[in-house]
Design a protein around this ligand. Structure first.
Ligand code: ASP
Length: 416
């Protein structure tokens, strides 16, 4: 199957999964054949295997591809510039995202007149979020193999960067090892291709299961909150990113959006930026023409620290919870939310549902009741899927813009 057919198949799988899941949810969930056998076993097992196999690729791919990327750069100054640009882009877009979210939420005022009894309140037990000092110390792995085994992204990124730098500095020995890493990289990319061919089945199962279990009824009592989050996500993905792309790189917006579609569906169905890393790297390199030396660095980094969609949810949730509890937020509170949510985005791991845990930190900062999170848990899975698609789009936008500015983007491939 060529990549165009694959994208069509993935899109088709998602739509079919959503329709079938929706029908199951409305009419058939009291039949045990559907709820237990199909949804609980068949879709669940296939979907879980698909997500596991994506995750299986993340550590080897990030490690090998990043070492190759740094070695190919061959220049530590270039690496520093790349890192600086990526950090600036990621932090700035997150701050823009949350400002948009707070502005829309303030105008639309979701949660005013909200009846707490009208929704299924679920219990929410906040987990301790790590302190800033620990986060910084933990960047350096005491044991790189342990960091890999635990799938800790930032320590893995740091170790791979250092190894790549050492390879550049090691002369002939470095050249020999670089060649080997390049070979490994080609092989792992083949592995990604193999898995991509199975993606339509995996995506169909994941989406069908989620829609069968969730349905749309959960949204009704929280419609205003849901709609405000989705509107801010759409504005960010379809206006802010495209404007940045056009103004900073001059590249075609429609080409970018078209070529991002299948990556977004991956992110949507897995609700995990991390699990989407292999596909996002492959897509930015093979379809958008970005050189491996940039994509191998900015995509895993973005999946770990850049969560614009998550920041949007956190901004709207803060205003919503304040409205429900009748607490007024001052301008200084809004500024604090922008700052904390931007920092929280760095600490949010790219896995399902973590954005909600980090929301506790934001609420604490402005003195809002953390229990408020229980109000929005019910719709969070669906929102998580949508915001993850925005998160990975942000990573790809940054990658394309930075690659263009570094002369590391092949416009022929991009426009093809
Ligand atoms: N699921 C999101 C991601 O992986 C993180 C979150 O908002 O919970 O990007």
């Amino acid at each position: 199957m060529n990549t165009k057919n694959l994208t069509t198949a993935i899109l088709f799988a998602m739509i079919l999964g959503a329709i079938l899941g929706g029908i199951f949810n409305q009419f058939f969930m009291d039949h045990s054949f559907v709820s237990e056998f199909l949804v609980g076993n068949v879709f669940h097992v296939i979907g879980a295997i698909f997500v596991s196999s994506l995750k299986m690729l993340v550590v080897p791919l990030v490690f090998v591809s990043l070492v190759c990327g740094v070695a190919a750069l061959g220049d530590i100054n270039k690496l520093g510039r790349l890192g600086g640009k990526a950090l600036l882009f990621y932090l700035a877009t997150t701050a823009i995202a949350i400002t948009i979210a707070l502005s829309i939420a303030t105008i639309a005022a979701p949660g005013q007149g909200f009846e707490i009894s009208s929704t299924n309140i679920q219990t929410f037990i906040p987990k301790e979020s790590p302190s800033l000092a620990d986060t910084i110390i933990n960047l350096v792995p005491t044991n790189p193999i342990e960091a890999m085994a635990k799938g800790e992204m930032l320590p893995l990124i740091l170790f791979s960067l250092l190894l790549g730098i050492a390879i550049v500095m090691a002369g002939d020995a470095g050249k020999r090892i670089e060649q080997q890493f390049n070979d490994y990289n080609d092989i792992i990319m083949q592995l990604v291709m193999i898995l991509m061919k199975l993606a339509p089945i995996g995506i169909f199962s994941l989406i069908a299961k989620t829609f069968a279990l969730q349905g749309f009824d959960v949204i009704k009592p929280l419609l205003s909150y849901f709609m405000v989050v989705v509107s801010a996500l759409i504005i960010h993905a379809l206006i802010v990113y495209p404007l940045l792309l056009k103004s900073l790189s001059g590249l075609s917006i429609s080409t970018f959006l078209r070529k991002m579609r299948s990556v977004q569906i991956f992110a949507f169905s897995t609700a995990s930026s991390n699990a989407t890393i292999p596909f996002n790297i492959q897509n930015t390199e093979k379809k958008l023409g970005v050189d491996n030396s940039v994509a191998s660095f900015t995509i895993p980094l973005g999946a770990t620290i850049n969560m614009d969609g998550t920041a949007i949810m956190q901004g709207v949730a803060t205003v919503f919870i304040a409205n429900v509890y009748g607490i007024d937020l001052a301008i200084s509170d809004y500024l604090l939310v922008i700052l904390t949510a931007t920092l929280a985005s760095i600490g949010t791991a790219g896995v399902p549902g973590v954005g909600l845990i980090m929301l506790a930190m934001v609420l604490n900062q402005v003195g809002l009741p953390v229990e408020g999170i229980a109000l929005i848990i019910g719709v969070d899975r669906l929102l998580d899927m949508i915001r993850t698609a925005v998160n990975v789009t942000g990573d790809a936008t940054a990658t394309v813009v930075i690659a263009k500015s570094e002369g590391a983007l092949d416009t022929k491939i991009y426009n093809n």
